[in-house]
Design a binder for this molecule. Structure first.
Ligand SMILES: *Cc1c(COP(=O)(O)O)cnc(C)c1O
Length: 411
């Protein structure tokens, strides 16, 4: 738990938080969409162009060598951050979405007619559509793990769905709508009993849970930098060496080849086989500073602080007459700092617009999870998601804001 002074110190590292929105202080609670960036991250971006800009893995010259060194250091930093066995198991991508697409495309050769792929009811569209397309192309079958009313996966049904026909299981670690932490270790172990390969969508995880891909024994793990205080347009695919080695590349071009002639091309070794073209060099290098920022505060400190914010917010919001909070609200041990709700019969966009005028940034709409919206029989929700720089006072302000929205919109 942070003292008031510590929180103010953390806040002072995020310049954007000083901004006024329609002459109100900004209350930024859309962190599940993207987090704000601390000064060291912003400055690292400028510093890169001031001192290092050049292409990597190609030039022999000083700058290219320096940029390459920094890129490869960040790869090692991420390896350590998630406890991967080898740095060559870290593939840089545009982000979570591209990582899942990479796996879905590259797994193509291993999927045949009648095979099955399992996802769940709560997935983000990024973890639905690539599998749907793959199934359609190969005549495979997409199976869905259903959920209880509180948003928890029906694990009994999963045990019923999984079989020798299951080739891939792809599940989110933390739901971007309900904040529910799924029991992925159980799912991974069970899937392996049947020889299925498991991908975990960890987009909401890196500053919320300690990550250990070896302990999870997961085959693929994916996330983006921009939801963990880093820049947009960069993320990773973690994959076990022995699996990545068996897959064909996803894109073709420079950087990923060993030899090219017009008759035959041979591919580079990992990780470069999957990194065609000039990568997001700046993004990779700057991401390293975001990881340092998280490590300085400590993932478990961030996690327990966000849990306190969640508990307080659930307590305050649930006292509002006519509010519908989604997902488990009693036992919060399996939830991270995300709350989605609706207010009376009001449209989520109307509520969001009133909050916006008060300087409160929330997410509204289907939250990239239409099948989950269908489950709750709504077209959209209002989502509040916390970060390390949010405060209890902001939750009070949000509470007042929701009351105001009710008053304005219901009259
Ligand atoms: C944000 C998010 C994604 C997509 O991440 P991008 O950075 O937009 O590629 C996928 N899954 C979950 C659970 C997310 O929260």
């Amino acid at each position: 738990m942070f003292s008031e002074k510590e929180i103010q110190k953390i806040r002072s590292q995020f310049p954007i938080l000083k901004k006024k929105i329609y002459s109100n202080p900004l209350v930024y609670v859309d962190n599940a969409a993207t987090t704000q960036k601390p000064i060291e991250v912003i400055q690292a971006s400028q510093n890169y162009y001031y001192t290092m800009n050049s292409n990597v893995h190609r030039g022999l010259h000083y700058l290219s060598h320096k940029a390459t060194l920094h890129v490869e250091n960040v790869r090692k930093k991420i390896q350590k951050f998630i406890n991967a066995k080898h740095s060559s198991e870290i593939i840089f991508t545009k982000g979570t979405t591209e990582s899942i697409n990479l796996v879905a495309s590259s797994m193509d050769a291993f999927i045949k007619k009648g095979d099955e792929i399992i996802i769940s009811q709560i997935e983000h569209h990024s973890n639905i559509v690539p599998w749907q397309i793959l199934c359609k192309k190969k005549g495979a079958i997409l199976k869905i793990i259903p959920i209880y009313e509180n948003g928890f996966l029906k694990l009994k049904d999963f045990e019923f769905l999984i079989s020798k026909k299951t080739k891939i299981v792809s599940i989110s670690h933390i739901s971007n709508v309900l904040g529910i932490i799924n029991p992925v270790k159980n799912i991974i172990d069970k899937s392996h009993e049947y020889g299925a390969i498991v991908l975990i969508d960890g987009a909401q995880v890196p500053s919320n849970l300690d990550l250990d891909v070896q302990d999870l024994n997961v085959d693929f793990y994916v996330f983006s930098a921009h939801k963990m205080y880093g820049p947009t347009g960069i993320g990773i695919l973690y994959g076990k060496n022995q699996i990545l080695n068996k897959l064909d590349p996803y894109q073709f071009g420079g950087e990923m080849i060993k030899n090219v002639s017009f008759n035959k091309t041979t591919y580079s070794d990992l990780p470069f086989k999957f990194e065609a073209g000039t990568p997001n060099i700046e993004g990779i290098i700057v991401w390293g500073y975001a990881i340092d920022f998280i490590k300085k505060i400590g993932v478990s400190n961030i996690q327990s602080y966000k849990k306190k914010l969640l508990m307080y917010a659930i307590q305050r919001l649930s006292s509002i007459d006519g509010i519908q909070l989604y997902g488990e609200t009693k036992d919060l041990s399996k939830r991270s700092g995300i709350i989605s709700f609706n207010l009376n019969q009001l449209h989520c966009f109307d509520v969001g617009s009133v909050l916006d005028r008060l300087g409160i940034a929330v997410r509204t709409g289907h939250l990239c999870a239409q099948p989950l919206m269908n489950f709750f029989k709504v077209s959209g929700m209002i989502r509040v998601s916390f970060s390390v720089y949010n405060t209890f006072k902001e939750i009070d302000y949000l509470f007042e804001g929701i009351l105001k929205a009710k008053k304005i919109l219901l009259n």
